[in-house]
Design a protein around this ligand. Structure first.
Ligand SMILES: [Zn+2]
Length: 634
């Protein structure tokens, strides 16, 4: 008892379950020759007939061109020796509609043989079907060509509208569509035993239209070993390239534009030529796709073209090494360059046009708006990242709010001024970092770098009631989370995530307009949780002893109010700080106005980080001459 073969999609020679010969070849009296690739039990039990070979062959697959060549020769020999007139008939008497030869996925061998007979891709299928068998058999590999063509005309063509590549050649608009179709095609050839997720995994393995993945990554996702993934992908890709598939217009268009250009960015060429692509296509990825589609000569030519372009580029790069170094030096830390202000080593301005011509040699990503360009090699610039991190917190985001965040990032990195808002936004749109709508923007989110003060601040405001906090509360949390207080102030004023509110002391998350209730609440929280600072002191025979309760204000401001008398006694040049752990300090605690001592921040930050100082902790110290020595922190 054998299971019935599930008939899946159009058949071609060698596909899983396909008949070994077309129905029309059955000549009942003729015994079938023994064929190397046939495994089914029924063939072993009794001598096979030609009728057996014309039935779907369950479980049989064989992609070995050498085996096929000898097998088809033996089949044809059996048929012709019994019936000499068999060879004089046309290939097929099936009625064909308006198909062309290029619509058939013929073996590369068949493709070459038909070309020798003078048939081009434009040839009508009716004409092809009218070729006599003997015409083909006279050619080298003629038997294989005959078998391939007849199976295609009789078993593939009647159901060709189900073929993924046929569908792609009618309506694919992107290379991604075509890549998915050819993978589906070879999965069907393999018997459709893999589900749809495999299409994605194979596409990712070749990095076709989606981010690439390693065998390990795919294996984890699929829940099988990397070796299993490797085996499957090898099995599926084994017949790839053996057939010449109908070439979708999007692929031929892409190849043509690539060959018309002398630079290397496949993505740029494709986009310029009006193609839509979702992913970066490298020269290697696109030539490999062409091989799968059966166009190995086109792939080779394209590869040569890329090599030449690369050599030419390297040559120009060598010739312009000095200018390129100047351009690199002129790029700001956030990734923009103003092309009309680049100066040569002699201090003279360089010609703007030549700077712009050299940009693509200097950087792999170049976006230009007026005199400004946004440039980088592969990775996004920090300008794009700053936009993406803001959009990761809030979107849609008002464009002026976004621009302010970009400018804060720019100042944090001490980069020269940004281009005007319109130009900056235009550059970001070109780079794909943002999409503009009326007055607002959206775009892909970039995760905040974990572990940075910036990310900590962003998370704090994101989780706060009304996304607004008093500076003291931020400081208090910073002490609790052991953040470095010295740089916190700088971060608050430069963070892309934070904006100052009109109410003094309040900070809000970007893109948020806190309500009056939110503001009142934030002020009340700061008030209710505030711990007052206090200074007790006495003078002994050789020292001033102090016990300072470190309150909220002192932690955030680095200064503390003291009695006028203590202020008067304070060393006039300030007191040099000594910690009990003997860490050296440059800072001196100094008099401030009549009744305050300032400049505690460095010491307090150290005590908070290394000696568990918290709000309300009592810091004991003694002042001898002009030295302030910390005695204890409790
Ligand atoms: Zn210390």
């Amino acid at each position: 008892m054998s299971k019935s073969v599930s008939i899946t999609g159009p058949w071609m020679l060698g596909a899983w379950g396909a008949p070994a010969i077309p129905q029309s070849w059955v000549v009942p009296r003729v015994p079938a020759p023994k064929l190397d690739y046939l495994e089914p039990a029924k063939v072993k039990k009794r001598p096979a007939t030609m009728a057996d070979l014309a039935r779907p062959q369950e479980g049989r697959r064989g992609h070995d061109p050498v085996v096929w060549e000898s097998s088809s020769a033996r089949i044809v020999h059996s048929l012709t020796s019994d019936n000499p007139r068999w060879a004089e008939a046309p290939i097929s008497i099936c009625v064909l509609s308006s198909g062309r030869l290029r619509d058939l996925p013929v073996l590369t061998t068949t493709h070459q043989a038909l070309a020798r007979l003078g048939f081009t891709g434009d040839a009508n299928l009716d004409t092809v079907a009218g070729i006599t068998r003997s015409q083909l058999l006279a050619l080298e590999d003629g038997a294989l060509v005959l078998l391939d063509l007849t199976i295609l005309l009789e078993c593939w063509w009647p159901r060709h509208e189900d073929s993924p590549m046929h569908i792609a050649s009618e309506c694919a608009t992107t290379l991604e569509d075509v890549a998915a179709a050819i993978v589906e095609e070879y999965i069907a050839y393999d018997g459709n035993r893999l589900d749809q997720r495999w299409v994605t995994w194979i596409l990712r393995r070749f990095s076709w239209g989606m981010p690439g993945a390693t065998l390990d990554e795919i294996g984890k996702e699929a829940g099988v070993t990397r070796e299993r993934i490797r085996q499957v992908i090898t099995r599926i890709s084994q017949p790839a390239g053996s057939r010449v598939w109908p070439l979708p217009a999007v692929v031929s268009g892409a190849i043509k534009s690539l060959r018309d250009h002398d630079y290397l960015s496949v993505q740029d060429v494709l986009l310029d030529a009006g193609f839509v692509t979702d992913d970066d296509w490298t020269p290697e990825e696109i030539t490999e796709l062409l091989r799968w589609l059966g166009y190995s000569r086109a792939a080779q030519a394209l590869e040569g073209h890329f090599e030449n372009a690369e050599m030419a580029q390297r040559e120009r790069r060598d010739q312009n090494a000095e200018l390129i170094a100047l351009i690199r030096a002129a790029r700001s830390k956030i990734g923009v360059i103003r092309t009309d202000t680049v100066t040569g080593s002699d201090g003279a301005l360089l010609d703007q046009a030549s700077v712009q011509q050299l940009l693509p040699l200097t950087y792999s990503r170049v976006f230009t708006s007026g005199p400004w360009s946004l440039v980088s090699n592969d990775a996004p610039t920090s300008l794009e990242n700053a936009a993406g991190r803001q959009l990761g917190l809030v979107q849609p985001l008002a464009v002026d709010e976004l621009y302010e965040g970009l400018d804060r990032e720019r100042r944090r990195r001490s980069a020269p001024p940004l281009p005007d808002p319109e130009t900056t936004l235009d550059l970001l749109v070109q780079a794909g970092a943002i999409d503009l709508d009326v007055g607002t923007c959206t775009g892909p989110a970039v995760p905040t770098d974990s572990g940075t003060i910036n990310a900590w601040l962003a998370a704090l405001l994101q989780h706060a009631d009304g996304h607004v906090l008093h500076k003291e509360v931020i400081n208090r949390q910073a002490v609790r989370d052991r953040m470095n207080l010295t740089s916190l102030g700088v971060y608050i004023s430069f963070s892309y995530a934070v904006r100052q509110c009109p109410t003094p002391g309040l900070y809000r998350l970007l893109g948020i307009e806190p309500s009056s209730e939110d503001i009142a609440h934030a002020l009340a929280v700061a008030e209710a949780t505030r711990i007052p600072s206090n200074v007790d002191w006495r003078v002994t025979s050789d020292a001033i002893e102090m016990a300072v309760t470190v309150g909220s204000n002192m932690l955030s401001m680095g200064s503390v109010t003291v009695p006028h008398a203590l202020n008067q006694m304070w060393p006039s040049g300030g007191a040099r700080v000594h910690c009990m752990c003997n860490r050296p300090f440059k800072a001196k605690v100094a008099k401030y106005a009549d009744s305050a001592l300032s400049n505690w921040s460095t010491l307090l930050t150290h005590l908070a980080l290394d000696h568990d100082l918290r709000e309300g902790t009592v810091l004991s110290a003694e002042i001898i001459d002009s030295n302030l020595r910390v005695v204890s922190v409790k």
